[in-house]
Ligand binder design. Sequence first.
Ligand code: SAM
Length: 284
Amino acid sequence: MRDEHKKSGRIKEITSVSNPIIKDIRFLEKKRHREETNSFIAEGMKLIIDAIDGGWTLKTLLFAASHRDNDNVKNLAARAAANGSDVLIVPEKVLGSITRRDNPQMVVGIFERQLLDAAKIKPEAEDVWIALDRIRDPGNLGTIMRTADAAGAKGIILVGDTTDPFATETVRATMGSIFAIPVAHLSESEFITFAKEWNGLVVGTHLAGSVDYRTPQYSGRPILLIMGNEQSGMPAPLVKVCEQLIRIPQVGRADSLNLAIATGVCLYEVRRHALSLEKRGNRI
Ligand code: SAM
């Protein structure tokens, strides 16, 4: 390793996959290490720029040595170093080993994790929050975060023992929405207390629900939309806190819809009155 800018000591070139700094970063594939270091990995230039713009703390920026002359990369590296982030110039094989990809992105960021304190959630007007009961699949969680962002939900509450929102696979599936959608985490009992105090409609999705998901009046009040676990659905204590249990009609042989799909279908119905191609704020 050699310092390129001795003055700041922040920009370093590393060539070996077994360098201790790189080894430490590779350990971020483990949830425990992400928690202990309060860090996670995000890939891609645009996403990293959006995250910095959004106030997230970039601890370390890594970029491919092959792109050192790229103006965008140089600008980002200069901005990162000026903000106090470490900047590592590495071979593409190092980026591949960190992200576990054959064709890695040329820019990778190590960010500080941010979880929202659920006590700070003060629902008002037509705010929509999504509660995910023991969600297990990282791809489902990432897809739901991306959909929540697109549909204008305020945030996500993870309930019980769930997959980690900061796992690299989840972050990848969010396509950048990890930096836009606040995530809180509550135990089941904490969540039940939270839901009982909700000053709006608490609506659960259930295969035994008797209410068509298009029926409830969603506008004019905050909505707490509860989705059940992929394997077992929503447990009885959560069912109890729901004012209504909605169901998406199905025909055909499928037992149920995929959790992320069901969330998207319900969320767009919940937000239907607020979304239109003509409204300001809609990007398309
Ligand atoms: N075997 C599980 C069960 O019996 O509930 C299936 C769970 S399903 C894969 C995961 C979650 O997606 C459900 O708990 C519910 O929140 C939602 N879901 C899937 N299909 C749905 C439907 N047709 N109507 C309402 N919610 C649905």
